[in-house]
Design a binder for this molecule. Structure first.
Ligand SMILES: Nc1ncnc2c1ncn2[C@@H]1O[C@H](COP(=O)(O)OP(=O)(O)OP(=O)(O)O)[C@@H](O)[C@H]1O
Length: 552
């Protein structure tokens, strides 16, 4: 616990070195506080913090540290839709063991009830209110080395975020600034008459103005934490299945509307994860073949010795192990569409056979004596540069021209950054619904972080990143994005190697398993998050070769 606290203290609060020294007598202090109506101030702060960081309750506790007394305490939380603020200390209250500990803090910390109980046992009151809060944050109200008290944050069910704590350090500093000004004025004017809100006078007026200015400053610093509103994107108009409104995607949609109703062969080009399969599906659904089957074949995922029988089928006994007749994908797709994904991976000897099928519209199952006529529309896709593959002798030129009747290039996410907010919000809604979370969206700051990242894995990477953030989110807004370490992708530029589907799937499952502490099944298990039965996840884990230590 200590290490955690010190890491936080270093990161957030390094410049401060407070002196826990009593300065004022209790009475003077109360007058000073009354000077700017602490309850109203706290209510205002709560109204801002609650939606931002999902803080359930906040409090300000003011001390006379030398005398070990709490001299004032204000608590604020949401009760039946309104925000009442109550002052819970009437006279000086002696420090409890826990308050003594908190009043000594000269840096902010997060602590759970469990952690408190480890040290102080279960019979101690934690916080100055009745609710059973489980997670707590404490920030000294301190300026220029003087500690006035503690700004407290309390949550019922969720751990408070380090981010919320960091943000609240500014709030605590702002409150401390108000005390400090009041204190100076108090010295000049012997406190009482000028500082009381009902007493009027220049000094009070000045105080109010100062307060307003501070609140404005605080508000503008909050601006980047405000909700990014997708609806406010000018000219928003997207395809119903494929999200995007950039100029590049609008060109894609316009091409789609032209080619979908035809029977033309389409070759979809684009980096991994750009949405090629989504586009293939959209073409099929908008075609005259929509009521027939769309059959997908991933040419990279099938072992080379099986791909021929997968595509064209085989007769029983056609080769060792062919114990049953198998209907090929081309035959299955009759009257519909076949989607040949990763066509660049098709072995050369099969390229010849595919060419013949495309030319003659007939397939010949392995070991079969007759050919079968098929009426299939072919859509293929690749993330390889097929022309370079042709030049390198790895892809047949005649097949290339057969497939490339209607080429359609899907731009990378880097080339259409204006789509990122829309896509991110689409995925946030999808995963929030899947995991039963109430999330309003992203802050403007989070959207800026997303837009500035280079997205080597394109939309798929964005989708997975948002899924992780939705699962980990604490408030109603996602304020910050944990951007992946770009050095991992330094050689994954446009021409460099890209992660295979296998690697992507493995990494994603691995990340979710880590998130669930290795738990596969049950309420908090990875299978539920990933939306698959635990048995399916188990077999995937075996297939992907994840070590047993990653699971429990
Ligand atoms: N424009 C988009 N709108 C909504 N979701 C998208 C979009 N583009 C991609 N996706 C989603 O991103 C993921 C990856 O898309 P898809 O599988 O179509 O990419 P791909 O280019 O075929 O990838 P690969 O080259 O690895 O086969 C899918 O979950 C898909 O639904």
């Amino acid at each position: 616990m200590k290490n955690k606290e010190h890491a936080l203290s270093k990161e957030i609060y390094s410049k401060k070195k407070p002196i826990a020294e009593d300065f004022f007598s209790e009475n003077k202090f109360r007058v000073a506080v009354a000077g700017f109506n602490l309850s109203e101030l706290l209510e205002g702060i709560y109204a801002k913090l609650n939606p931002l960081f999902a803080v359930d309750c906040i409090a300000i506790v003011l001390y006379d540290a030398r005398l070990s007394h709490i001299v004032d305490s204000h608590v604020c939380g949401m009760i039946s839709g309104s925000i009442p603020c109550s002052s819970s200390v009437v006279g000086p209250v002696d420090f409890s063991e826990i308050t003594k500990e908190i009043s000594r803090l000269d840096f902010p910390i997060l602590r759970s009830r469990e952690e408190w109980e480890e040290v102080f046992g279960q019979n101690h009151r934690i916080g100055n209110h009745d609710a059973e809060y489980q997670f707590h944050g404490y920030i000294p109200i301190e300026t220029n080395g003087r500690i006035y008290g503690t700004f407290e944050l309390h949550n019922l069910e969720r751990q408070l975020s380090t981010e919320g704590l960091t943000f609240c350090c500014n709030v605590a500093e702002f409150i401390a600034g108000l005390f400090s000004v009041t204190e100076k004025k108090g010295k000049e004017t012997s406190w009482q008459p000028v500082l009381h809100p009902h007493s009027g006078g220049d000094c009070h007026q000045e105080k109010v103005q100062q307060l307003e200015a501070e609140i404005e400053r605080l508000k503008s610093s909050l601006e980047e934490f405000h909700l990014f509103e997708v609806e406010k994107i000018p000219g928003l108009n997207t395809h119903e299945e494929i999200i995007g409104h950039s100029e590049q995607m609008r060109s894609v949609f316009s091409l789609l509307s032209k080619i979908s109703p035809t029977d033309s062969t389409v070759l979809i080009l684009g980096e991994t994860g750009t949405g090629k399969e989504l586009i293939a599906r959209a073409i099929h659904h908008a075609s005259g073949r929509a009521s027939e089957k769309l059959i997908k074949v991933n040419c990279a995922a099938i072992p080379p010795n099986l791909i021929e029988s997968e595509l064209f089928g085989h007769e029983k006994g056609a080769f060792t192990g062919a114990t049953e007749k198998r209907v090929g994908k081309f035959e299955l797709a009759d009257k519909g569409t076949i989607f040949l994904d990763e066509i660049g991976e098709l072995p050369l000897e099969l390229q010849v056979k595919l060419l013949r099928v495309l030319q003659e519209k007939e397939v010949e199952p392995i070991g079969g004596k007759k050919t079968i006529r098929t009426d299939v529309r072919v859509i293929s896709a690749t993330n390889r540069n097929l022309l370079s593959e042709v030049e390198a002798g790895r892809f047949r030129q005649d097949l290339f021209y057969r497939l490339n009747v209607f080429p359609l290039t899907v731009p990378s996410l880097r080339e259409r950054r204006t789509d990122i907010p829309l896509l991110a919000t689409h995925f946030l809604k999808k995963f929030a619904a899947k995991s039963n979370r109430v999330l309003e969206g992203f802050s403007k700051r989070a959207i800026t972080m997303l837009v500035n990242y280079s997205w080597p894995g394109n939309v798929r990477e964005l989708e997975h990143l948002i899924e992780r953030h939705v699962v980990m989110s604490q408030g109603r807004l996602i304020n910050r994005i944990e951007i992946p370490d770009q050095s991992n992708f330094s050689n994954q530029d446009h021409n460099g190697p890209v992660k295979t589907i296998f690697e992507n799937e493995r990494d994603h499952i691995f990340a979710v398993l880590e998130l669930c502490n290795g738990r596969i099944s049950g309420k908090n298990g990875a299978a539920k998050l990933l939306g698959v039965p635990a048995t399916t996840l188990n077999s995937k884990i075996k297939r992907l070769g994840l070590a047993k230590k990653h699971t429990i």
